[in-house]
Design a protein around this ligand. Structure first.
Ligand code: ATP
Ligand code: MG
Length: 389
């Protein structure tokens, strides 16, 4: 097998597949370039994309029309091949598979959901779901119909099993398409605008199905135009003219230009911390700047009586480490992951931080102001004064 697949039929059972500290990396695009060569000339749709997705993540891909979203998904799906770079999924170098290997690998490991459902019109809904099972032979032929009905039931479509696609609504067809994507119980689901053709209420209920699948351990990469839906994913990445911008950076530093954000995205390291784990320790030198992507970070200062005081709690989009990088010296406070959930940060080093602030004086001033206010806060808290962030 290609990696440690979860047991068959795990969808019916309760499993704790939530995105966790220490999950392994499942999808890794390394410097992927895609150049299309057509009658109109050459066009580079992906320009050196680096993207890592861990098992259990729900990653939304957003970006303007023509920015390269579908091209990116097609790289992961092996529907199209990169001009340069590598596409690694689990232990498989997808870009190196031949056509036969690709079809088998895709059938077992990926479920794909498209904007226009693409159910076969002459087959019943149950038969549509059995088709990928017949192709891949993961499930015995005697089990397949039962499994198809079970998947339809999970999508609340069991009553319609013997209907043809034309007899049900668009939202219902998309539910069936999701059931079909799950036919061989793949660990990864790729979805290209799966709610793009649905009204907002139906889109919401389809999105909830994806959220439920992530809770049951699936990894999802979903293209969407809907920024409200994208916010509900564990992470959003934006594609701009064939390059990736980490959305949390765009939100944390709205004054940076697109080119600056692209450059910064290339330099950040994602880092995860377990609940309660120390990220920066008071009194130790600081060489990193951190932007919070998920979870909550507590800023803790020691009290004269030896106790500790939480002076601030920070969450998604906020950053820390700037005081020491601006002024030099040891950490004024301890930063640690709150005890309720793991924390994910985007981390970059001093040189990158200096480069970022030197390029943009408005950002430099804003960060300096925050650093000053926080320093006063930390000093006051250390002296036991009654203040709170
Ligand atoms: N087969 C192809 N031949 C030539 N150019 C292509 C091909 N496929 C895509 N492109 C070009 O690559 C760019 C990215 O296309 P892509 O379909 O990935 O965009 P997208 O972000 O998915 O857009 P949309 O939101 O409209 O679906 C576009 O400029 C498109 O015209
Ligand atoms: Mg597209």
């Amino acid at each position: 097998m290609f990696w440690n697949r979860q047991k068959k039929n795990e969808l019916g059972k309760k499993s704790n597949g939530l995105y966790q500290h220490g999950n392994e990396e499942l999808i890794h695009l390394r410097q992927v370039v895609k150049t299309f060569d057509s009658a109109a000339g050459k066009f580079t749709a992906l320009r050196g994309v680096d993207l890592r997705v861990d098992a259990g993540e729900f990653v939304a891909v957003i970006g303007k029309s023509g920015s390269g979203k579908t091209t990116l998904v097609n790289m992961v799906a092996g529907i199209d091949r990169p001009t340069a770079g590598e596409v690694l999924v689990g232990n498989t170098a997808v870009h190196k598979l031949n056509e036969g290997q690709m079809a088998e690998w895709r059938g077992r490991n990926l479920g794909i959901v498209f904007q226009f459902f693409q159910l076969l019109p002459t087959l019943t809904l149950a038969e549509n779901i059995m088709l990928p099972m017949d192709f891949c032979n993961v499930y015995k032929s005697g089990e397949r119909r039962k499994r198809a009905l079970n998947l339809l039931e999970q999508m609340e479509m069991a009553d319609h099993a013997n209907k043809l696609p034309a007899a049900i609504s668009g939202g219902q067809q998309q539910r069936v398409a999701i059931a079909r994507a799950l036919a061989n119980d793949p660990p990864i689901l790729l979805a290209d605008e799966p709610t793009g053709n649905l009204d907002s209420k139906t889109a919401d209920s389809v999105f909830e199905l994806f959220e439920g699948l992530v809770k049951r351990g699936k990894t999802i990469l979903m293209v969407t135009h809907d920024h409200d839906l994208a916010k509900r994913a564990t992470r959003a990445v934006q594609i701009a003219d064939g390059e990736i911008i980490e959305q949390q950076l765009a939100q944390a530093f709205p004054v940076l230009t697109q080119a600056q954000l692209v450059a910064l995205t290339h330099k950040v390291d994602p880092e995860k911390y377990a609940p309660g784990q120390i990220i920066l320790r008071q009194g130790e030198p600081v060489e990193q700047f951190n932007v919070i992507v998920n979870g909550r970070v507590e800023i803790v200062v020691p009290q004269p009586d030896g106790a500790e005081k939480i002076v601030a709690t920070m969450s998604r989009g906020e950053y820390f480490g700037e005081i020491e990088l601006l002024r030099g010296g040891a950490s004024l406070a301890t930063a640690r992951a709150a005890s309720d959930a793991p924390v994910e940060v985007l981390r970059f080093d001093r040189a990158t931080f200096n480069e970022m602030v030197s390029q943009n004086s408005a950002l430099k001033d804003a960060i300096a102001r925050i650093a000053q206010a926080r320093t006063a806060e930390n000093v006051a808290a250390r002296n036991g004064e009654a203040r709170h962030a």
